[in-house]
Design a protein around this ligand. Sequence first.
Ligand code: ACM
Ligand code: ZN
Length: 727
Amino acid sequence: MKKLFLLGFAALWLFACTKQQLPEANYDIIPQPKEVRLDDGKPFELSPKTIVYYEAGLQREAEFLSEYVDNIIGYGLATEEMQGNETVGIVLRLSPADFKQAEAYEINVTPKQVTVKSADAAGVFYGIQTLRKSLPVSPIDSSQLNSLHRKCSAFDGVNDMGGCQLPCGTIRDWPSFAYRGMHLDPCRHFMDLDSVKIYLDMMAMHNMNQFHFHLSEDQGWRIEIKKYPELTEIGAYRNGTVIGHNGNLYDTIRHGGYYTQDELRDLIAYAAERHINIIPEIDLPGHMQAALACYPHLGCTGGPYEVWRRWGVSDDVLCAGNEEAMQFAEDVLNEVMDVFPSPYIHIGGDECPKVRWEKCPKCQAKIKELGIKKDDKFSAEDYLQSYVMNRMAKVVEARGRRVIGWDEILEGNVSETAIIMSWRGTEGGIEAARKGHDVIMAPYSHLYFDYYQSEDIANEPMCIGGYLPVERVYEFEPLPEELTPEQQQHIIGVQANIWTEYIASFRHVQYMALPRMEALTEIQWNNPQERDFEAFVERCKKMREFYELYHYNYADHIFNPRIWADTVAPNLATRKPITLRQQPAEKYTYEGAILLNDGNLGRGAYNSGRWLGFCGYPLDAVIDLEQPAEIQHVRFHALTNKGAWIYNPSQAKVLVSNNGENFREVAQKDIPISTWADKDGIFAYELDFEPITSRFVEVVISGFDLPEDHSGFGNPAWIFVDEIEVW
Ligand code: ACM
Ligand code: ZN
């Protein structure tokens, strides 16, 4: 009796506590909604009894919401088509008259009802994403966190409190950019369809609506084309892959794979349910070596060609003077358009070397036939590429679609209807917008997610190079000040790219994407005028709970900032007047010469802002110690990244002077060239000499030319140097 009473009491007590402790939804999410107004009043209580009522056309949206609640809270919600007078539950509605802009939505939360409405299903879907991200996921147990090198944790983020409360209020939200894209390259490393679907899920959670699917490359062809079956029989597989950063060692593992047209149709439907359009890219007329391996007569030399086993840009491209090659490209585009309903078709146009065309009789005959003349801006071969791109644009436009091309297609006379994807910076986008093109901003400076996201590169999986932390993505301003408001209207969107030369698995793709996608969506959807990185990182912490819930791999640098020593001991050179006899390359100058003796050690990748870069001429620095001092050591650091054309210095010299005019050499060091068997990284170089008293110290550091076994043979190598110490 007593026992029963106690049990009953305990149950009541538990019930009361559960009621009190129902976790609350929080609308402070990513991307941050443009307007959130909270009202006083009792919150809406989400429970297993909550029903999702949907207007005709919104059934799938209702099902998504139910699935998300199941993922987060542990039960799905019943879904029912609306009768029109529901006063409780969650209601999904279409209400075109209430919205001026596509994809905009409004969420209204009252004690009895949550209404999500929009002019279109996409807007309702984004409202649902906002509700989903507001829901309380169970906090992470940090001992269970996953990382790239560990197996996925068994994290169960399900909130097992039985429900949650949604604070009353109204959220109004709309996208800043109509085009919100992510790109994936499944050519350098093949990504299976299940992985691509997860990528689409990740995009959907971030309100992204354009998936740029890069389907052809030198290293592999990935889409079935029925008229040209060898493209996938032969072109989808390479017989090995270069090891490391384009060295001279190869593995012998056959690598490849492709998507059948049926599989792609299934993928397109999967994306469409998530309001994502898939933009196929056939990269023309360069990056075609895998196709040439199947059909060598379509290249200028006739081959033979192999599906490329190296990274980089192949000189072998489609022969623009060969009518069969042009017909091939047109046929491929037509079949691609049979499969993909996308209003945009990407026809590439980047990185097309002209060395074959310059020597090819057919290409030269075509230049004559078309009456192409070089001018002081562009070569005849540049204009020949415009001929190819404009011809392909006509094929695409004949079917009511629009072409997208990389910004190189501005080199020549591309038609104004082409949309320009600005990747080599924002300059191409600015020029294009001024000329009346629509533009998608995807500059590598801010939006290439294949770059390192930490300066501690020794502890990162190998990357192509670069340095692009979340902060830098978050800083990106897609609407350049140089443009007038009318010209800015041409910036239709923002996209990040993931190239996979050094990304062999989908878990690694996720690691590169997350959490940088948070900063990207914040810009694409919200594009805040004022940016507050710290507040943004706080909101990222919630997103991390979703990564754990869905077992997404991610980089944790912003969650666990690491502090490491990066200064040198004060020495005679520290912060003394320093001059350079020749300036560094403009892109790698930053604060200029003072970087070399500001006490901060070079670190991270070559473009971390902590290195000065020189190419083709030596670094020649003169430091004024301000008074004569006895010296006998000079030390500096330099970076080696052979794949990025950065070699160790070939020679260093120290000269001294007391008047700053007449210098005398006191030390010289010759340094052997780094070979592919040697590690890349950051290395210290030291010169010791007989003690000498002097006021001015000149340090001259020279570079190599790229050696024969380097793809850039014949060009000067870069040197990247920092922190000259003297004592
Ligand atoms: C590119 O990154 N080659 C467009
Ligand atoms: Zn040719």
